[in-house]
Design a protein around this ligand. Sequence first.
Ligand code: ARG
Length: 488
Amino acid sequence: PQSGHAIIAPLISLRVILMSQKDKTSGTDTHTLWGGRFSEPTDAFVQRFTASVSFDQRMYNQDINGSIAHARMLAKAGILTDEEQQAIENGLEAIRTDIRNGEFTWSVELEDVHMNIESALTQRIGPVGKKLHTGRSRNDQVATDIRLYVRDEIDALASDLIRLQYALVDLAEKEADTIMPGFTHLQTAQPITLGHHLLAWNEMLDRDYSRLMDCRRRLNVSPLGAAALAGTSFPIDRHYTAELLGFDAPTRNSLDSVSDRDFAIELAACGSLLMTHLSRFSEELVLWTSAQFDFIDLPDRFCTGSSIMPQKKNPDVPELVRGKTGRVNGHLVSLLTLMKSQPLAYNKDNQEDKEPLFDLLDTLRDCVKAYADMVPAIESKRDNMYQSAKKGYATATDLADYLVKKGMAFRDAHEVVGKSVAYGIEHKKDLSELSLDELKAFSDKIEDDVFAVLTLEDSVQARDHIGGTAPNQVRAAAANYRILLQQR
Ligand code: ARG
């Protein structure tokens, strides 16, 4: 699949040319593909207004693959001769090469990617090119193209997502013993390990991966053969085209086939959640790189400076990912709104699915790539995290648990520890810095062995069960993940 950036620049310039063209009273009369019943050419503005070629040309590979499969099926069914099929296929491959080399002229008069390619085919191989559209409509053609396009993009996205998950697992293993404050309400709660925190992000991304795979499985059916809406009177073989295009099966209802865009909406919903996760991740990275937290360092190549304040090093990549979540959420709402009032079957409204969908996919791929590249380069400032964990009475729960283990009811223990914390705050001492006598003043159940539970190390070690923060558990979870990821 092509990268978004390579494609966007030519699109913008094409847009500019189209928009700056002076309105003529009528458009160029090149509508030879459907102009039979028309007595005047399309209005020039309407021609530009209804055209989609400036953005749907990026589906050219999928369009050509769909046409090749269709032509092979037509030959198998005896509707085309083998020679005709071969001529069509060779012509389409030559067009693919031209497009790839930037030697293809896209024409707005030919409206969309489908008619541009079909018309170029006839120009190249002669009248036999006009037979390609037998038993097919642009309605099932475009539905096929988008499914193929989205499928390719999901596969590319998934591979970067796996790369990001590996990066998190590797880093988690490296930071399995690193102690940091764990937060609730962004207030110090209990000590945790950085490895454990990193694996929490990995859990979110793992659900995103499985949602994407679900979406892929549901979209991987072939609409080809649904034709305009009702199917076709030709003896087509839908199973054969489905198989040629790597679809699991043909779709089951022709009306639904040409009008369904659920898969795009579903992808956008998966994407919104994925971006929500990356955005939370980003928010934490932004906080952690601040002078106030100072937990991590991001390498210079992922940051930028300020044009006025010489000391600044800004975490632009996470900030931008957090910001891009908005446009992805917007695309989800666009697609839902686009669909909500459409009667069966195909409506031109559906042409509006592409720009949100493409931008959504470009954005997801860029953001996941940025994170997969950046995460391995995160450097933890272990001492700062440790000192910070010491500040907020993070082991208070451990002291309460200690008292419960000595026979006190938890609510009473909570009260005792609350008083000890208040004393510590007043005397500017952590719980572990209080003397035995000082502690005993709050409960005579406290003995010398209390100091073994008041350190940060003991606190994290003690949470040694599945899903807990103990370094052992982090290492085990990372090892399990590595096995899981290797199977993807
Ligand atoms: N460019 C159109 C789209 O994106 C292709 C399908 C057009 N079909 C039609 N009946 N006008 O949806």
